[in-house]
Each structure stands twice: as structure tokens, then as C-alpha cells.
Write a new protein. Structure first.
Lengths: 71, 148
């Protein structure tokens, strides 16, 4: 999961490494995902999320489809 | 994940926040008053459950996500410390986990140009034009977490 300065740099980076394109979104969207995903990580009563709970969290941020399927 | 393993995990994370680094198994053993081998076993189970990541063939903590304890391009200033984020997602996750504002200093994966993003009040107030790319589909994230 990497930061890139532009779409042009993304395409150059993918080509240079021979990677298939995955999922691209904006830094504000990643901030929303990161904040939601990690918010409870330090809670004293933390318990691991089930795969279903994690999937629901992704879906709540409109991260759906085959790429975002956890199982 | 049983109550003992959750206690060990809680101690690891609280130590990370308090000291800026994860405790060794010996340090957790002393803090919790349990045998070091019991703690080492808990560290390994937490690794297997993806609740921690250990360096290969050790009980040394590599990642207590979103915090990372090996060099990466992602440097995060938050909560009075400078942290290392495992990846782009974890870098922005550090202010989220600490419930505070933060600044991520990173680089473009293509050209190495310095990038800075600032999260303030939960919103990204600078670096909004940066883009993020996930190469690995979600179901394969843990196949090689270091690469992911």
C-alpha cells in the first residue's frame, strides 16, 4: 500500500515493476479507512474482529467487490 | 484468542505507546509475572492470529499494526513521538489509533519525491492530492504481510 504523487506516477510505477493494477483511491479516502480501521486498536477491551465484521467495515466505506473480499 | 493472550497483547500495545517500542518477551514476562516461555508462546499465537507480526524465527515484534519497528518510508509524528508506519494505510492509522492529530512524511513510491500529509481533527488537511494504491487483493494481504 503505497503513496504516489499522481496517476502518471502510478502507471509508471506499475509498468516498471510489472504489477497488475489493484485498487487506487485518494489520500482523504485512505484517511477515512485508516481512522475507522485502527480506531479501536488501543482500546483496553480490544477483541479481534471477525472476518464478517471487517468485511462490513470495508463495505461501510464503499470498498466492495472482488478486490476487497477478505475470504 | 484467550484471556491470557489478550492480556499479553494489551501489555505489548500499552508498552508501545508508553515507550515507543515493543517489549521483549523477557520484559513482558517480568511485567506480567509469568514464565518467559509462556509469554513467547503467547507472542507466537498472537502472530499466528495476525494480532502482532514477529520477525521471522524470533519473538521480536516487527509490527504491532499500525506501528512498525523496522525501517519503512513512512514516518509519522503523532502523540508526542515519531513513529514508523508499516505502509500507507498504517501510517495514516497511527493518528487514528492514538486518537490525535498527526503528520505523515513519506515518499512517492515511483520517484521518491517527499510527500507530506497532515491529519487534523480527523480530516486530512494537507496531502489531499496524493493518491494511494493497493496492489494486493484483500484476501491475500496476509500471504506476505511485509510485501502487502
Amino acid at each position: 500500500m503505497v503513496f504516489l504523487r499522481s496517476e502518471e506516477h502510478l502507471h509508471r510505477w506499475l509498468d516498471d515493476r510489472g504489477f497488475e493494477p489493484g485498487a487506487t483511491f485518494t489520500a482523504p479516502k485512505l484517511n477515512e479507512l485508516a481512522r475507522t480501521w485502527w480506531w479501536s486498536r488501543l482500546d483496553p477491551g480490544w477483541r479481534p474482529r471477525s472476518a464478517g465484521e471487517s468485511q462490513a467495515l470495508l463495505e461501510s466505506l464503499d470498498l466492495t467487490g472482488e478486490f476487497w473480499a477478505l475470504q | 484468542m484467550d484471556a491470557f493472550d489478550l492480556d499479553v497483547r494489551r501489555h505489548v500495545y500499552f508498552s508501545v505507546v508508553a515507550n515507543g517500542r515493543p517489549p521483549t518477551a523477557a520484559e513482558t514476562s517480568a511485567a506480567l509475572g509469568r514464565e518467559e516461555e509462556e509469554i513467547a508462546g503467547a507472542y507466537r499465537r498472537l502472530h499466528d492470529a495476525h494480532a502482532l507480526v514477529l520477525f521471522p524465527d524470533t519473538t521480536d515484534v516487527w509490527m504491532a499494526n499500525p506501528f512498525c519497528f523496522a525501517p519503512t518510508p513512512h514516518r509519522v509524528t503523532a502523540g508526542g513521538r515519531v513513529w514508523t508506519g508499516t505502509c500507507a494505510w498504517d501510517a495514516l492509522g497511527i493518528p487514528g489509533a492514538l486518537h490525535c492529530d498527526g503528520v505523515v512524511e513519506s515518499e512517492c513510491a515511483c520517484c521518491g519525491e517527499r510527500l507530506e500529509l497532515e491529519a487534523f481533527g480527523g480530516e486530512l488537511v494537507s496531502g489531499g492530492d496524493v493518491i494511494v494504491h493497493f496492489v494486493v487483493p484483500a484476501r491475500r494481504w496476509w500471504d506476505d504481510i511485509g510485501f502487502t
